[in-house]
Design a binder for this molecule. Sequence first.
Ligand SMILES: Cc1cc2nc3c(=O)[nH]c(=O)nc-3n(C[C@H](O)[C@H](O)[C@H](O)COP(=O)(O)OP(=O)(O)OC[C@H]3O[C@@H](n4cnc5c(N)ncnc54)[C@H](O)[C@@H]3O)c2cc1C
Length: 305
Amino acid sequence: MAARQYFAPNSVDEALQVIGRHGRIGVVAGGTDAVVGHRSGKSPLADAIVGIHRLQDLNGIKVANDGGLCIGALTSYASLLSSNEVLERYTALADASAIVGSCATRNVGTLGGNIVNASPAMDTGAPLLVFDAVTELRSQARTRQLPIAELWTGPGQSVVADDELLVSVTLPSLPPQSGSAYLRLEYRRAMEIAVVGVAVQITLGADGVVAAASIALAAVGPTCFLVDAAGNAIVGRSLDESSTAEAAAAAADAARPISDNRASENYRRQMVSVVTGRAIQVAAARAAGRTVNIPASQRWREATQ
Ligand SMILES: Cc1cc2nc3c(=O)[nH]c(=O)nc-3n(C[C@H](O)[C@H](O)[C@H](O)COP(=O)(O)OP(=O)(O)OC[C@H]3O[C@@H](n4cnc5c(N)ncnc54)[C@H](O)[C@@H]3O)c2cc1C
């Protein structure tokens, strides 16, 4: 068997040249999906590999001119969790980052890797959807911006071309009185895959009525996806039992879960309703300025104190 070729470029241009030269090359960032997938035989690595861990331009979090955030694709979960901007303004992404794998996974795994791996149960997908994230993809020939909602096409599939690198993810700025949450239904408290995941982003108007809302689901369809009908069910209304129940029912209605050894289709659909209701409550409380340490954030804070 021929030896595998390995490249570790120091710049994005160099990386894109290497990728452009090879027809099929495996991009490895943190390797927590790629290497594990190879070892298990599920997705063998290509004969040529490019390690992108040295690309400092792809690492870090910057506040954009409009007050939004630009997050490099190589940014780890640990870095996301050490950002006050993420914790305080894009809290659903912090909720998600805090529950990915173990401490080791969060130190090595990257946001870009989670996105391109395109698992329907990925934890950052629903938060990025409710924040209307825009990805930047680069190849030697072009740079393009693509809304995250257009990126995934099915389980493990995306429109990221073989010669492209995901460079960054931009989160548009949020109006005042905005709050968000990501809740994951899980059977154990660590190293878990979402049975159901729900992200909610809410902006309250001066009168306390919901001015804008966005709700997205994970692990209950071929990709993470937005449910416009669920968000619309609470816009222009006060958050009470009835409006929350309508949004939760719309989310459950839109879910397309499968049955597997972790949960039946029916159980997942019912839990979408329950978890959506809870995520709305947490997002609304945060939008009103209250600190709510849902288990995810709580665990992260406890672990780092
Ligand atoms: C023990 C364990 C626990 C885990 N727990 C969770 C969990 O709770 N929630 C969760 O969502 N995930 C979890 N994961 C999955 C994994 O950790 C995440 O998806 C992680 O973010 C992947 O990032 P990475 O940098 O390691 O990606 P890699 O493994 O390096 O790459 C993943 C895929 O993305 C491609 N890729 C990576 N970066 C780029 C880029 N910039 N441009 C183009 N293509 C790129 C690679 O080619 C590969 O196909 C877990 C994994 C392990 C091993």
